[in-house]
Design a protein around this ligand. Structure first.
Ligand code: ADP
Ligand code: MG
Ligand code: MG
Length: 252
């Protein structure tokens, strides 16, 4: 398993300070949840780690097994074993889901060691079945015209085929009905082993009824202000975030 260490991460967008010193370590085999009100920087954390160009890192570091992720090109981050499931997956016209998946898998492999087409199709079909995704979807252009639920299932399809060391899933539950939520959770849970580390970003506790995190962190105003076990998520569901603001003397 790998270890992702986020150390004192400060991030700005267009001159606005969004993250103000985030510290978080995810070891292989661990599931962490980051929760928090809207606009506190959860997606910024995910995008900054994956190298989105709008996000300027002014301080701190992100280490994957001791290697500085922030010095890597975006494709190198994926190759090193990081995966980002996006809150708003983008559409890619002209590239089928199947072709996109195969080239993503091959991008993580050495030249000359590409997955064979037959093996790829077999693996993809298995996962499509498991996620109850219509096989035709693989031949459609990536995310083009997909419903919100289809896009999220597609992110999990990518996740299951790519088998990253560490995944960051940003609001993978948003906009899902209960059946889709169960399927998405089933996919994530299937990856649970001693190697795989996962950071689940969510606004709602609902997803955590299906995926039990080892640790829950609350982000507010660009910092992680509280950490605990699964019971912390339950309390947030019941009581919202106000009690934490009061406890910490945070004002809106
Ligand atoms: P969360 O995911 O917790 O809802 P975000 O990370 O999306 O929060 O946003 C944190 C803050 O950064 C918000 O105030 C938001 O308006 C701002 N922000 C996010 N993306 C951009 C952007 N591309 N340009 C300018 N401001 C942004
Ligand atoms: Mg948001
Ligand atoms: Mg967000």
């Amino acid at each position: 398993g790998s270890t992702l260490e986020i150390k004192n991460l400060h991030v700005e967008i267009e001159g606005n300070k969004i993250l103000k010193g985030v510290n978080l370590t995810i070891n292989g085999g661990e599931f962490h949840a980051v929760m928090g009100p809207n606009g506190t920087g959860k997606s910024t954390l995910a995008s900054a780690i994956m190298g989105h160009p709008s996000f300027v890192i002014t301080e701190g570091s992100v280490l994957l097994d001791g290697e500085e992720v922030l010095d890597m090109e975006v494709d190198e981050r994926a190759k090193a074993g990081l995966f980002l499931g996006m809150q708003y997956p983008s559409e890619i016209s002209g590239v089928t889901t199947s072709d996109f998946l195969r080239s993503s898998i091959n991008a993580r492999r050495e030249e000359g060691d590409e997955i064979s087409l037959m093996k790829f199709i077999k693996e993809m079909d298995e996962v499509l079945d498991f996620l109850e995704i219509d096989k035709n979807m693989a031949q459609r252009y990536l995310n083009e015209g997909f419903s919100g639920g289809e896009k999220k299932r597609n992110e999990i399809l990518q996740l299951m085929l790519l088998k990253p060391e560490i995944a960051i899933l940003d609001e993978i539950d948003s906009g899902l009905d209960i059946d889709a939520l169960k399927v998405v959770s089933k996919g994530i849970n299937r990856l649970r082993d001693e190697q795989f580390g996962c950071l689940i970003i969510t606004h709602y506790q609902r997803l955590l009824n299906y995926i039990t995190p080892d640790k829950v962190h609350v982000m507010m105003q660009g910092r992680i202000v509280k950490s605990g076990g699964p019971e912390l998520a339950k309390r947030l569901e019941a009581e919202g975030y106000d009690w934490i603001k009061q406890e910490l003397g945070i004002e809106d």
